[in-house]
Design a binder for this molecule. Structure first.
Ligand code: PMP
Ligand code: GLN
Length: 383
């Protein structure tokens, strides 16, 4: 019996593969993007308090009102974007579900949806599962910027939507205001809907600001902005996120959301509502920038060359061409086995990767001692 797979070319995600390999070889895991330090202790305290207070039952379908309000307020204070907590904010099971439900409520069979590659790995499969076709637009090394003319050139009468992601995983590139303006005019001219993955909005470096699709009137009117509390509050395992969109779009989003998860776990939402309401708990200052700089400086002499300092997110790309001519997957596997450091190769983020590319991604959301332990293994002569 042959199962009629909707995703015949999809295997297990590279994040799962590399984390499993890291465990198997006792490697320092700079692969999958998650912090190895604890969140603010108040987060666990509030979650325990919510459990003790008997908050065990379904949350409202759209999310706890106090979390929606805290998020709407935080978005206004931190990024100057305005969403109504009741009609325009929906709490989801992580950004992954926000992205999936946004694409699900939007895409019809046979639609085309532009994605910039390298792309976070969930976009393509989510588009395919919703009966549509992902159309890749290449971001070129070494700068990995968004090429709006190349995107325009891929638009056909079937193009319904475009997925964007800034700060960008895996390259660390960030939108400028010019990118937002270009995206806005593209979306308006061609009637595109925009799915904007902004999970790293709070993690930008070197004095940059985050340019959100919610910050320009026309763009906002066409956008689903997807967020993740896991990134902002160092609790990726809680899997709580959100979708922000104008009321008419949110109403459609909620139709999809209510039949994918219905609602998100209550005690986690209660705890996040308390923390999200505290401005100081949302701010990272130069916390991540320091770790980025530590990773780059401690790897001097390792043969891994940083592409350019990450502008946003907690990932840094390194060129390993001085060390090896292997393809990136083989190199990442060998680095894990032989040098005890797990990374993520870049090629799984593209449908047709450049075979000459020699890049890996390292995650610097780690304790300084973890980053130094990885560097020690990579700088020392292979044993
Ligand atoms: N988008 C990007 C760019 C990501 O890096 C991630 C991974 N955390 C997600 C979406 C998914 O977020 P979540 O874990 O909240 O589902
Ligand atoms: N977002 C994380 C990363 O890019 C991984 C999430 C996952 O494992 N699905 O590493």
């Amino acid at each position: 019996m042959i199962f009629p797979s909707k995703l015949p070319h999809v295997g297990t995600t590279i994040f799962t593969v590399m984390s499993a390999l890291a465990r198997q070889h006792g490697a320092v895991n700079l692969a999958q993007g998650f912090p190895d330090f604890d969140p603010d202790p108040r987060l666990s305290e509030r979650c325990v308090a919510a459990l003790a207070a008997g908050r065990h039952q379904y949350a409202p379908m759209t999310g706890l009102p106090e979390l929606r309000l805290a998020l709407a307020t935080a978005m206004r204070e931190d990024f100057g974007i305005d969403y109504d907590a009741d009609s325009e904010v929906t709490i989801t099971a992580g950004a992954t579900q926000a992205l999936f439900s946004a694409l699900g409520c939007l895409l019809h069979t046979g639609d085309e949806c532009l994605i910039f590659e390298p792309a976070y790995d969930s976009y393509g499969p989510a588009i395919l599962m919703n009966g549509a076709v992902p159309v890749p637009v290449t971001m070129k090394a070494p700068d990995f910027r968004w090429d709006w003319d190349a995107a325009a050139a891929k638009i056909t009468y079937r193009t319904r939507a475009i997925v964007v992601n800034s700060p960008h995983n895996p390259t660390g590139s960030c939108f400028t205001e010019a990118d937002l303006i270009a995206l806005e005019s593209l979306a308006e001219k061609h009637g595109l809907w925009v799915i904007s993955d902004e999970v790293y909005a709070g993690i930008v470096h070197d004095g940059r600001r985050h340019f959100s699709c919610g910050s320009r009137e026309v763009l906002r009117s066409r956008s689903f902005v997807c967020m993740s509390f896991g990134k902002t509050f160092h609790c990726t395992g809680w899997k709580v996120g959100a979708c922000l969109a104008p009321a008419a779009l949110s109403a459609e989003f909620r139709k999809a959301h209510q039949f994918t998860t219905f609602s998100v776990n209550t005690p986690a939402q209660a705890a996040l509502a308390d923390l999200c309401a505290l401005r100081e708990a949302r701010r990272h200052g130069d916390f991540f920038e320091q770790r980025r700089d530590l990773l780059i400086s401690s790897l001097a002499g390792s043969g891994l060359r940083p592409l350019r300092p990450c502008q946003g997110s907690y990932f840094q790309l390194f060129d390993y061409s001085a060390l090896s001519d292997e393809n990136d997957l083989d190199f990442a596997i060998r680095l894990t086995r032989e040098r005890g450091v797990a990374s993520i190769p870049l090629s799984p983020f593209s449908a047709a990767p450049d075979p000459a590319q020699r890049l890996i991604r390292l995650c610097f959301a780690k304790k300084p001692e973890t980053l130094l332990a990885a560097a020690e293994r990579l700088v020392s002569e292979p044993g």
